[in-house]
Write a protein that binds this ligand. Structure first.
Ligand SMILES: [Zn+2]
Ligand SMILES: [Zn+2]
Length: 392
């Protein structure tokens, strides 16, 4: 998901769940900050204050430009560790541990440069694909506490990012894997009652790795081009789908290798984002209520919203716009009397830098977010280990 849902949508969900305005702002800012806190945002003073190396929650495009220019056949453990720590823990939460989604795809493939064969390690890795309503999402929400004296708002916001992303990133994995993340031969959109081919443009190497602007009106979308190695960087997350999974209004289908039994042409995955995003929003409200009231969170449960509020939210989600931020903020203004200030990614770090002493710095949103990021990562590692899995 993008800033419209992560910042404005999360603020609205927190207000509906009963959080005060000031609390909801911190929760929403944290949720969006997960998409900002790459290595360049991590202050060198943090390591000493935290007592250990900080954990970036995302990677910036320019961090892997080198991997487009010199494709890697065999990643080193430390390279994969860097990728998986950011992408799997914070954006593509592993959620198929019990094999809820069985592997139904190709077992071998004759490629352009080399052949591919499914092995036991890849089958096990398939259980780390992102999915909604997983035991992992249940574990992290139930690990999130709230009380008035120590509200833990940064962790709450961070985890709302992770929960929300399970609805957009379902079926993808946060590591480079062609057999899971490739888009397949065609991507279609359900529009005005029929399935239409998208104008799905592959980027030229000169523009990599930046994705160009998509256009919902002409239905022009951009994605990363295929690479000649099965673990190429374009096969990380949804690079090969461009931004499609993150658009709330899009109802689309595609043919990844993991459901295809004949070179990517037989089976399809359908993703109805307007419906799924509404479920994601109501699950977020439910999760926030559980956290706020200290009651257990269970999967497949959703908050009941007032019918007119739900309809207004669905109308925003349905808008064919790549960024619905203004529409969410207008709705916030309509429901709560005033809009919220637009997100400013440098605000938190600015206040941290301006704080004179270590004690002051440790009270800042910036420090508390980074502390939450480490604790969140450790929580997932412990949970996965208890189930017989580990990230690199
Ligand atoms: Zn994300
Ligand atoms: Zn995404």
């Amino acid at each position: 998901m993008n800033i419209d849902l992560h910042y404005y949508g999360t603020f609205l969900a927190a207000r509906i769940a009963g959080f005060e305005k000031e609390e909801a702002i911190v929760i929403a800012h944290s949720a969006q900050y997960v998409d900002e806190s790459n290595i360049s945002m991590v202050d060198s003073k943090l390591k000493e204050l935290l007592g250990r190396a900080p954990q970036p929650t995302v990677m910036a495009n320019d961090e892997y430009t080198k991997y487009y220019l010199n494709p890697i056949e065999d990643w080193s453990d430390s390279q994969l560790h860097e990728i998986q720590s950011a992408w799997m823990n914070f954006h593509f939460l592993p959620g198929n541990l019990e094999n809820e989604i069985p592997y139904q795809g190709v077992t071998s493939y004759d490629g352009w440069f080399s052949d591919w064969k499914l092995d036991a390690e890849q089958l096990k890795q398939f259980k780390l694909i992102c999915n909604t309503n997983s035991t992992t999402v249940q574990a992290i929400i139930n690990d999130t506490s709230y009380n008035k004296s120590e509200p833990n708002l940064h962790m709450i916001g961070l985890r709302m990012h992770v929960l929300a992303d399970t609805w957009s990133h379902k079926y993808h994995i946060g590591t480079p894997a062609w057999y899971i993340n490739d888009a397949g031969n065609s991507v279609k959109e359900f529009f005005n009652g029929e399935w239409l081919d998208l104008n799905f443009n592959v980027l030229k190497s000169s523009t990599l790795p930046h994705i160009l602007d998509d256009n919902p009106e002409t239905r022009d979308y951009f994605a990363l081009p295929p690479m000649a190695t099965y673990e190429g960087i374009v096969y990380l997350g949804h690079g090969r789908m461009g931004h499609l999974p993150d658009y709330p209004y899009l109802h689309y289908k595609y043919s990844p290798q993991w459901v295809s039994n004949n070179k990517g042409s037989n089976s399809e995955i359908e993703k109805d984002n307007p419906k799924e995003y509404m479920l994601g929003f109501t699950q977020m409200v439910y999760a926030l209520k559980c956290i706020r009231n200290n009651t257990p969170f269970e999967v497949n449960k959703y908050a009941e919203l007032e019918a007119n509020v739900k309809e207004k939210i669905q109308n925003v989600i349905n808008l064919r716009k790549v960024d619905q931020s203004d529409d969410w903020n207008n709705l916030i203004g309509e429901l709560y009397g005033e809009k919220i200030v637009p997100f400013n990614k440098d605000e938190w770090h600015g206040k941290f830098s301006a704080s004179p002493t270590a004690e002051d710095k440790k009270k800042t949103d910036y420090y508390l977010f980074n502390e939450a990021a480490l604790n969140h990562r450790d929580c997932i590692e412990k949970f996965l280990n208890s189930k017989g899995f580990s990230l690199k």
